[in-house]
Design a protein around this ligand. Sequence first.
Ligand code: HEC
Length: 158
Amino acid sequence: MKTTNNLFIPIFFFLLFANCGGGSSEKKESIAPPPKSMVEEEPALADPMDNKGVGPIKNVELGEIDLAMVEEGKQIYQTMCILCHKPDQKHIGPAPKGILGRRSPEWIMNMILNPEVMVIEDPIAKQLLADFYGAPMANQNLTEEQARKVLEYFRTLE
Ligand code: HEC
């Protein structure tokens, strides 16, 4: 048994390094930037406000701000979210201040209700996870109704 093990280790390292060599030479070839004409022909980046995210929320209608909902949303936020989110300052997660100006209401609710899938399948959430050094958004198991109230509170953080 011992002799077979001793043989496997050098073979393993040989394969590992052989692979690395291949990878880096491929990279070298792609260093040159694409010609300008190609860049200009690329389609414009999708508007993040059109992105509704991935999850149970398909459509949110925003009417006048409902102050009773704001109050309840604020209570939920202060018990379940404040640990990681300060209202107007980056902390463990981003500040929700002004979030309605950069994300759709559906995206925000899906991020609250379905963060595990969002950080894998949604391009904005994926980027956020990288920007926050892999700290994931925590699923606090809110109901849709609770998430909607938190959204209403977020509308007041302009
Ligand atoms: C344990 C820490 C933690 C808790 C608790 C938490 N979050 Fe997060 N949240 C994060 C982190 C970290 C991110 C950014 C990185 C990511 O998405 O993976 C994030 C991202 C978000 C985003 C996206 C923000 C943006 O600017 O796009 C929203 C919305 C959000 N959280 C809402 C909430 C709400 C509402 C609660 C409470 C119900 C909550 N979070 C609780 C850590 C947390």
